[in-house]
Design a protein around this ligand. Structure first.
Ligand code: AMP
Length: 459
């Protein structure tokens, strides 16, 4: 998963892209990059790690120009090596193009093979590079026709921001898997994955880029075109953005993420109430559903786990003595709240089950008497091919174990999940969502080669 941002015509374009990426950091913590166009050249700074660790004042001063594009990366195709950090920059026919991509293409292998047969030499192992090669080969000179020709060949999930010299191009696949939002800042347009970036920059949220739409932005001018038949395509917004991925202070897919999560929690409470002393969440991701759950049942909500916000990256190799250091450094239980209590613990989802198991162990260590775990989505049974890093079926605990077996593995007294119907019922326009990770019903054909490393020859 990734976060993307584009700024058009602003004296501080790169600084704004950099600041906006702070609000999009949750979408990718592996690597970060900003590119700017200064009227002649493209300047770029990208590196592994977090935004705060990577950009010095001098880097930002070097990123001159009034147009900028930024990216935070969480690799879902290609490994996390340096070459795969975005924005990805190419020069073709004296024109510089920078690309920032969120989502996974599903026809990468076919496109890649065809391009290689025609002589393309690839520098990275990312699906996104395929797009720039297609741009380089497209016949149409006019920018709009040029992009239509290329974007029409892509299948799967793509929210894209391009910087073509001083033009910012934003595009979204016809299903609208990933979010992409349009805002205005000091009279000119900007693009970002989520509206929380606009709040930080004091930009006005205008609207979402529509599924299948491509916009061409130059300062306060915007032109929009649609891929043929895009309006007729069935929409497939990623329901997991609402459940876990997006920030709760963002408005995406026509709704506020915080409110959706609370509604998920309330629906869960209606389906699976249980008697206990109080409700609590696993912070932070479970906070919102836990609030909805407690409010629905009129139960007290307690904070029994305290999150340490200063952990950054820990390079300490755990010794036997500090075996569970990583778990304990992040969340610490409050014995006075928890000892001897019967609790309902609300979590947004279970993927592998390993984190949940460690958290429960921590709670047991301070003497919690009964633990009833409630999950604000259905069991995750199928991998995602559209941009969420859900591993293969054999790593997904719910694809291999019954709910009772998962409860035994995590060591909770009871475990219940929200039903698929319950989850869908709280979405506005439930038909417009992809929930393939819960149902195995994929709205767009999935790739034949399903390896994340398919362009690296790794099986
Ligand atoms: P676990 O118990 O190990 O499955 O971890 C569960 C927590 O990790 C939940 O808060 C999940 O929402 C969160 N999570 C979200 N996305 C992923 C992912 N792609 N892989 C692993 N864990 C994830």
């Amino acid at each position: 998963m990734c976060g993307i941002i584009g700024i058009s015509k602003h004296k501080e374009a790169a600084k704004l892209a950099y600041l906006g990426l702070y609000a999009l950091q949750h979408r990718g913590e592996e690597a970060v990059g900003v590119a700017s166009f200064d009227g002649k050249d493209v300047n770029i700074k990208k590196d592994r790690g977090l935004i705060a660790d990577n950009f010095k004042e001098r880097d930002l001063d070097n990123l001159k120009g009034e147009t900028a594009v930024g990216h935070t990366r969480y690799s879902t195709t290609g490994s996390s090596n340096v070459k795969n950090i975005q924005p990805f920059l190419v020069k073709h026919k004296k024109r510089s193009i920078a690309i920032a991509h969120n989502g996974n293409l599903t026809n990468t292998e076919e496109l890649h093979q065809a391009l290689e047969e025609q002589g393309s030499i690839f520098q990275t192992t990312m699906d996104s590079e395929v797009i720039v090669h297609l741009l380089a080969r497209a016949k149409n000179g006019d920018i709009k026709k040029w992009f239509l020709e290329v974007l029409g060949q892509l299948r799967g999930a793509f929210s894209l921001v391009f910087m073509v010299e001083d033009v910012i191009v934003g595009a979204r696949d016809p299903q609208g898997f990933r979010p992409l939002c349009l805002g205005k800042l000091d009279g000119n347009y900007i693009l970002a994955s989520e509206t929380c970036a606009f709040d930080l920059l004091k930009a006005e949220f205008i609207r979402e880029i529509e599924p299948g739409e491509t916009v061409f932005i130059q300062a306060d001018k915007i032109e929009s075109i649609f891929l043929p038949n895009a309006k007729a395509e069935k929409k497939a917004h990623c329901i997991f953005e609402n459940i876990y991925f997006a920030r709760p202070d963002s408005n995406i897919f026509g709704d506020n993420v915080y409110q959706v999560r609370k509604r998920l929690g309330a629906a869960l409470a209606k389906e699976h109430p249980v008697k206990a002393d109080f409700v609590m969440s696993i912070p932070d991701s479970g906070n919102y559903a836990a609030t909805g759950y407690a409010q629905e049942l009129g139960m007290p909500l307690e904070i029994g786990l305290i999150r340490n916000h200063y952990i950054g990256r820990t390079f300490i190799q755990p010794t036997q003595f500090l075996r569970d250091f990583r778990v304990r450094v992040k969340l610490n239980p409050i014995r006075s709240v928890l000892e001897g209590k019967k609790i309902i613990i609300v979590e947004d989802s279970i993927v592998r089950g390993t984190t949940s198991r460690s958290r429960i162990e921590v709670l047991r260590s301070v003497g919690v008497k009964e633990i009833h775990m409630r999950i604000s989505c259905p069991p995750i049974i199928s991998p995602c091919f559209y941009g969420i890093d859900f591993p293969s079926k054999n790593e997904l605990i719910a694809a291999n174990k019954s709910i009772k077996e998962i409860a035994d593995f995590i060591k909770v007294d009871t475990l219940e999940y929200l039903s698929r119907e319950g989850m869908r019922s709280v979405m506005n326009n439930p038909k417009n969502f992809c929930d393939a990770c819960f149902s195995g019903e994929y709205p767009v054909d999935i790739p034949k080669n399903q390896s994340k490393y398919l362009l690296e020859g790794v099986k």
